[in-house]
Design a binder for this molecule. Structure first.
Ligand code: ADP
Ligand code: MG
Length: 686
């Protein structure tokens, strides 16, 4: 029976239940899945040679004739050898196979085979160990560039390559062309069929490169189109046009003058909120630029229109801090503010749910607990997410879905993201930048020090505490992959050493991610009230925490952090009137690592630091663990393929200009691919 793109892999010979289950683990159920499962690398098996001429140590292909029937010998239990003598015009060699006794029947005297492997030994005793051998009239895995796939238990590369070869041969010509002809021509892209054949079994290096470019381009193109469609769809939704009360009334609530940048963003928000189309705005601003006030402004306008606002923060600590500051500030204007985190339980939670549903709360601040099922709003008008990079597009959408009509959406992020990436991550949003810090802040002085300066670092902590300041000490980062538990333990040990051995006379506190929220809260409150001199913590304080009297940030094992993350940590200090410092401790002698850290002592500009991070570490820090909720990419690498990304972005822009909803019949295959790429996100395109 002929195969097609949607056929189940079970229809292929050799695929029973067990193998099908293993393939399923790799996400492979159909022929189409398999053809979209790209090699991780390639093995070049094209070099041909002869017995006499084969180079030492380099794998080659030889065309050989079997000169005898293979011999099987059992050396001992669990070790079987098959040996066979093979010849060509230039000489003879012995091929030895370990534990592949079935090969005894695979060679017939007088027949030709292509064998791939290393030829070893002196001219009169040439031999090969475990070569790949195929009958010369039926070569599959020799004499060509062979794909190497990511594997799982029970699935060998030979099996996968064999299946793929069969599918390529039978189905590549059915590959659907989702890129419009004109676009392919304009950007010199190969056809879908060519790409499918050559990404798996490339004819040569150039064909491989051509196939790769096409596939990377299409993936980034689909991604960009998807984001643009999201935006297009939303731009046509009806939203509520808010009345905008005079800004002075809001300003009158504040203990300080707003910065010019804050004022400008407020104007931008006001224009969105009153437009009749839902606001979808990203506010990007470096740590300490005062983004919280913008959330407060949004909540205030919303409440003045008789609607509710939800503010979602990534950690309980941050949610609680926002709750403290905003309930004071907005309470003066009569807003009723609630807090919903995982620690709000039982009766309190029920009461809050009831109040939200009855419209008795104007602003609710919380963690992702806000998207729990029980949460219902009387009339949700504005959704704000703080530190957006910690959430996915999906979570933002889930919160927005709690509104009866499309709510206004404001997302805030302190992670400055290079522009090209931000177009991908936030392509569906308008962007405002808060590019000004409140007055009176002097840049944080930053030093990179080695272990030899540890004592001096301690002395410095003591000196600043003596002057009435407070210090954060972020404890040694645990290795990536270790969990919060390990991080917590390391923090406890570190805090103990500091308290008992280094600073017995100072007040040392500790917060880490494994603590109960109430305990964390108590410690943070004590620190904010000046009852602690030194606060030891894991990176839980990374985002948002605000204690103006803290003037020193010490980060241990700083080389284990990304620059942007260190910049965030550093942003915890320098928030008050006092000159502040950041000391990055590292024991690494690696010059590159040290050089990398020194970028922080040279600049306070979050965008520059982000660019540097991107250059040095790739996009992992921006795209870590799918935090952005972007679709998983099969072949493109957002940082490495930056040039193709730009090209795909402008191509998408051009196409969507003529067909903003991709509704033209000739774009149906394209729309289908875009939908499939975003399939994990629920149906975002309905
Ligand atoms: P971020 O942008 O990092 O979220 P925050 O909103 O936490 O910054 O603000 C940092 C600190 O600056 C807070 O203590 C806040 O009260 C204060 N702040 C915000 N705006 C101003 C301003 N215009 N003038 C003075 N201080 C401000
Ligand atoms: Mg903040």
């Amino acid at each position: 029976m002929p195969l097609n793109w949607t056929a189940s892999l079970r229809e292929l010979p050799g695929i029973g239940q067990a193998r099908a289950a293993s393939l399923e683990k790799l996400g492979l159920a159909t022929v189409g899945d398999l053809l979209g499962y790209y090699p991780r690398s390639y093995e070049d098996r094209r070099r041909m040679s002869t017995v006499a001429a084969a180079p030492e140590g380099l794998p080659v292909c030889l065309t050989l004739t079997a000169a005898e029937t293979p011999r099987l010998s059992r050396i001992r239990k669990g070790l079987e050898l098959v040996k066979v003598r093979l010849v060509d015009d230039t000489g003879s060699l012995t091929a030895t196979f370990f534990n592949q006794s079935y090969l005894r029947d695979a060679f017939r005297v007088g027949e030709d085979y292509v064998c791939f492997g290393k030829v070893e030994g002196p001219p009169n005793r040439r031999q090969m160990t475990n070569p790949v051998c195929e009958r010369a009239d039926r070569v599959k895995f020799t004499g060509r560039i062979l794909p190497v796939y990511p594997l799982t238990r029970g699935i060998s590369n030979n099996l996968l390559a064999g299946l793929t070869l069969r599918c390529v041969e039978e189905c590549a010509d059915q590959a659907e062309e989702a890129l419009p002809h004109g676009l392919r021509q304009a950007h010199a892209l190969a056809t879908a069929e060519f790409a499918c054949r050559n990404i798996h079994f490339p004819a040569d290096e150039i064909a491989l490169e051509t196939a790769r470019r096409r596939l990377i381009f299409e993936e980034l193109f689909f991604l960009t189109c998807g984001m643009a469609l999201l935006r297009h769809r939303r731009d046509r939704e009806a939203g509520t046009a808010f009345r905008i009360p005079p800004q002075e009334e809001f300003r009158a609530l504040l203990p300080f003058q707003l910065t010019g940048a804050q004022g400008r963003v407020m104007e931008e928000m006001a224009a969105d909120l009153s437009s009749g189309v839902p606001m979808n705005r990203l506010v990007q601003g470096d740590v300490g630029s005062g983004k919280t006030m913008l959330a407060a402004y949004g909540a205030w306008v919303t409440a003045r229109n008789g609607r509710q606002c939800a503010l979602m923060a990534p950690t309980e600590l941050l949610a609680e801090q926002h709750f403290r500051s905003l309930s004071t500030l907005l309470g003066k204007a009569g807003l009723r503010v609630g807090l919903l985190t995982g620690s709000v339980k039982g009766k309190a939670r029920k009461e809050l749910y009831a109040a939200l549903e009855a419209g008795e709360v104007d602003l609710v601040i919380g963690t992702h607990a806000l998207i729990s099922e029980g949460v219902r709003f009387a009339d949700l008008g504005l959704v704000v997410t703080d530190e957006q990079h910690r959430f996915g597009v999906g979570q933002r959408a889930a919160l927005a879905a709690k509104a009866k009509t499309s709510p206004h959406v404001l997302v805030m992020s302190a992670t400055p993201i290079p522009r090209t990436l931000s177009l991908v991550i936030y392509g569906d949003l308008d962007v405002s930048v808060v590019d000004e810090l409140p007055p009176g802040r002097s840049p944080v002085e930053t030093y990179v020090v080695g272990e030899d300066k540890r004592q001096r670092m301690y002395n410095f902590v003591r000196k600043l505490v003596g002057e009435g300041r407070q210090a954060y000490m972020v404890c040694p980062a645990v290795e990536e992959g270790e969990d919060q538990e390990a991080a917590g333990k390391a923090a406890v040990a570190y805090a103990q050493t500091l308290q008992t051995e280094v600073f017995p006379d100072l007040r040392v506190g500790l917060v880490h991610g494994k603590m109960k929220s109430r305990e964390k809260d108590a410690v943070m409150t004590a620190f904010a009230a000046g009852e602690l001199d030194v606060l030891v913590s894991t990176t839980v304080i990374e985002v948002g925490v605000d204690v103006p009297n803290a003037a020193l940030m010490v980060v241990e094992n700083a080389d284990r952090f990304g620059l942007s993350q260190l910049h965030q940590l550093r942003g915890r200090v320098g928030r008050g009137r006092h000159q502040s410092y950041c000391v990055l401790v590292t024991s690494t002698h690696n010059q590159d690592s040290r050089e990398r850290l020194r970028v922080l002592s040279k600049t306070n500009d979050g965008f520059k630091i982000a660019e540097e991070d991107l250059r040095l570490r790739g996009p992992g820090d921006f795209f870590g663990s799918r935090q952005h909720g972007l679709p998983q990419l099969a072949i493109a690498d957002l940082a490495a393929d930056m040039r193709v990304l730009k090209e795909a972005q402008s191509a998408a822009e051009e196409l969507l200009h003529t067909d903003p909803g991709l509704t033209a019949p000739e774009h149906a295959p394209l729309l289908a691919r875009v939908r499939r790429l975003f399939a994990d996100h629920g149906d975002m395109f309905n």
